[in-house]
Design a protein around this ligand. Structure first.
Ligand code: FAD
Ligand code: NAP
Length: 314
């Protein structure tokens, strides 16, 4: 039986694994369906993780996360590369149902993070992966010296618009308001870029194209509809939490979640179920920052260690 099962291998899950194993838990497995690192590995730049900074070129998310798995594995964390379908609790024991099999665990930390939201315009699904993208680092280069649209007004949209402006000939930043959620310095940097054009108080109605991919978009701005001929559209309109693993057979959640599906935890990352912890973007009020996810993971790792030692050790 596992002492601890960690679901998700982003900054929260990796740090939870580091603290739990280094603190003395022996049998700790991190279930991560892809390569460890989490969503920050998709980011073209990170400049607010304390103690790690490079000005030019900026540090990428991939570079930041490169050494984390190695450090965790050194202290005994094991990686099971499998998607977890469900976590259940039977008596005092958790059952982790993964695509690779079923595992019993004394405690569980859920760190499954979040995924990009869809914006809901016509053609979004049809052209996803054929001109519609949610990852500038992954797909930006396909649009070298071409024009693209970026949708959204948060930190992700503005930062990725800046990144794309260094590759593409022009970036149209389409946002439904004239105020931004993004940090003011990031907005200022974007405004200084000559090849970023802001299209504000505007709605992306449709992406159209042919069998080869996207050919353009239809935009509505203050009552007028117009088209832009672009081959690429990048959508950055926020995230939904990945809470599916907590869904039980009757549709209820294993532990308390709020109206947005975020897991309710206290300051020690305890959920409403003893032995079940949650950390990172999935939890209620998450600031959605790498440093905060790592901090949550450290707390959850230490709390899981205490829980297992107090409950199961003679
Ligand atoms: P995640 O990083 O989302 O990791 C969750 C992991 O769980 C994923 O690897 C996923 O594969 C895995 N997983 C999910 N479901 C399952 C399952 N059922 N079974 C197995 N594995 C599963 N933050 C900053 O601090 N600074 C920045 O500059 C910054 N820039 C960003 C730029 C972009 C483009 C994006 C998308 C995010 C950015 N963020 C930034 C936010 C930051 O990446 C997140 O807050 C952080 O990664 C959250 O960590 P996490 O461990 O909670 O979740
Ligand atoms: P976000 O802050 O939630 O912003 C989403 C943006 O998309 C908003 O501007 C929103 O418009 C717009 N939007 C939402 N639904 C839409 C729709 N259907 N159609 C068109 N536009 C839509 O999301 P995010 O930018 O991904 O950031 C998520 C979190 O990660 C934030 O907490 C952010 O601070 C953090 N993050 C931080 C950094 C950093 O620190 N450098 C970098 C990236 C992300 P409205 O404004 O009108 O609601």
């Amino acid at each position: 039986m596992l002492d601890l099962a960690i679901i998700g291998g982003g900054p929260a899950g990796l740090t939870a694994g580091l603290y739990a194993t280094r603190g003395g838990l022996k049998n700790v497995v991190m279930f991560e369906m892809g390569m460890p690192g989490g969503q920050i590995t998709q980011s073209s730049e990170i400049e607010n993780y304390p103690g790690v900074f490079r000005e030019d070129p900026p540090l990428t998310g991939m570079e930041l996360m490169e050494s984390w798995p190695k450090q965790c594995m050194h202290f005994g964390l094991k990686h099971e590369m499998a998607k977890v379908k469900q976590v259940k609790k039977e008596g005092d024991i958790f059952k982790v149902i993964a695509e690779s099999g079923e595992f019993e665990a004394k405690s569980v930390i859920v760190c499954t993070g979040s995924v990009p939201k869809k914006a809901g315009f016509k053609g979004e699904d049809e052209f996803f992966g054929r001109g519609v993208s949610t990852c500038a680092t992954c797909d930006g280069f396909f649009y070298k010296d071409k024009e693209v649209v970026v949708l959204g007004g948060g930190d992700t949209a503005l930062e990725e618009a800046i990144y794309l402006s260094n590759i593409c000939s022009k970036v149209y930043l389409v946002h439904r308001r004239d105020k931004f959620r993004a940090a003011p310095p990031t907005v200022e940097r974007a405004k200084k870029k000559e090849n970023i054009e802001f299209i504000l108080n505007a709605h992306l109605l449709e992406v159209f194209g042919n069998a080869m991919g996207v050919e353009g978009v239809k935009i509505e701005q203050e009552g007028k509809v117009f088209e832009l001929k672009v081959p690429g559209v990048f959508v950055f309109v926020g995230h939904n939490v990945n809470n599916e693993v907590l869904k039980q057979d009757d549709g209820s959640f294993l532990c308390e979640v709020n109206e947005n599906g975020q897991v309710v935890v206290n300051l020690r990352m305890h959920t409403s179920i003893p032995g079940l912890f949650a950390a990172g973007d999935i939890r209620v009020d998450a600031p959605k920052q790498v440093v905060c996810a790592a901090s949550d993971g450290a707390i959850a790792g230490m709390e899981a260690l205490n829980y297992v030692q107090e409950k199961f050790d003679e």
